[in-house]
Design a protein around this ligand. Sequence first.
Ligand SMILES: [Zn+2]
Length: 242
Amino acid sequence: MKLKCLGSSSAGNCYLLTSNSGETLILDCGIPIKEIKKGLDWNIRNVVGCIVSHAHSDHSKSVEDFEAMGIQILAPYLGDSCKPINMGGFTVKPFDLTTIDGSWTHTNADGTPCPIYGFLITHKEMGRMLYITDCELIKWKFRDINYILLGVNYDKDLIDRDNTGKANHVFRGHLSIDTACDFVKANYSDNLQNVIMCHLSAENADSDSFIEKMKKVAGNANVDVAAAGKSWDLKNPSECPF
Ligand SMILES: [Zn+2]
């Protein structure tokens, strides 16, 4: 299984999960369709589906193009069910990113709540992977996670507090490195292989310090930051290598 990043910023987020047999699941499609096709080496036929976390265009820009191509979309914010579904060899289980009292943990630019979902993705080649982005906190706990792709936006120490309006927008509806570390710690298992942080803010994040902080809670797992063009090999640790 290979994970490839085509975009990881407020300019657009998109990841391709491609199995050894060539099936591809697309995680968010917030970049122009032409760039996604290029990232797929124009191999559209093997796309088994596209999962979309929320409505903001840096995550959903190409949804209609995929719909027009007849590719299966899983977009719970548009009303799709949160029951687990199979997309090729992948099983995808969406979950809402709300607080315990049920309010959404992401906001629109005007401060109104924005419905948003995370995904538990399972495939026999990689085991269990979480994809969660653009939320202020995560109330759920997961067992035996092998891979975590996590939108980590800011470090509160790097925020310009004089710019109160903007600071509030960043605090509300995005994950800080400290909250991200708490989440990884709470969901740690010996089978955790990689923690990949994505969607870092250009102004309020620092890759090296994020990696350093995350490594402290991630045991023996590899820790990395996503960027367009990077890719990772994901293996199922419970599969016998011999
Ligand atoms: Zn958003």
